[in-house]
Design a binder for this molecule. Structure first.
Ligand code: GAR
Length: 187
């Protein structure tokens, strides 16, 4: 069975959804959650779900092989679920086409540095977009530029607030992200 490590920085609702999915499907297992934010709610979710979760520092991540060494034991694949730091080259090189990110917009629109979470949905609203969506893609050295694996769209109403848009995006993410991860693992 393939092992998945999840990286998350915040609420972790996608992390929870992926953990639950693979507990039923058993085509892979989420072994560990890595988080850079001590206040992230993902820690409470992992405690409740009894999944190992660790907090790491930027120093550990960018200036040592500590995280890479831990990953070698627990991961065949790495899934970024609301993770806000760039992945360092040592990890990208050790996991070619094995790191999968979800972005809450239709890349290449609304991607790049600073475009995450509500910043994306506010920009979508300001531009009066009639639709938005999710992009699931492999991770390379540049933010949001790796090969696209899957996209799904959702229609927007003029009355939708950024919070409404976030909710529509989360619905798409919960529906598709675990299945797309599974399809990559099984191919
Ligand atoms: C998700 O919508 C995810 O697509 C987005 O952060 C949210 C995390 O929610 N990721 C990015 O913006 C990455 N650029 P969650 O913590 O509840 O899963």
């Amino acid at each position: 069975m393939k092992k998945i490590a999840i990286f998350a920085s915040g609420s972790g609702s996608n992390a929870e959804n992926i953990i639950s999915f693979f507990r039923t499907e058993k085509t892979a297992v989420v072994t560990k959650v890595f988080c850079n934010n001590p206040k992230a709610a993902v820690f409470e979710r992992c405690k409740r779900l009894q999944v190992d979760a660790i907090l790491f520092s930027k120093e550990d991540f960018f200036k040592s092989d500590n995280i890479l060494n831990q990953l070698k034991d627990v991961a065949d694949y790495i899934v970024l679920a609301g993770f806000l730091l760039k992945i360092p080259t040592n990890i990208i090189e050790a996991f070619p086409n094995k790191i999968i990110n979800i972005h809450p917009a239709l890349l290449p629109k609304y991607g790049g540095k600073g475009m995450y979470g509500m910043h994306v949905h506010t920009a979508v609203k300001e531009n009066n977009e009639q639709e938005t969506g999710i992009t699931i893609h492999f991770v390379n050295e540049n933010y949001d530029e790796g090969a696209i694996i899957f996209q799904a769209t959702t229609k927007l109403e003029p009355s939708d607030s950024p919070e409404d848009i976030a909710q529509k995006i989360h619905t798409l993410e919960y529906k598709h992200f675990p299945k797309v991860i599974e399809s990559v693992i099984l191919q």
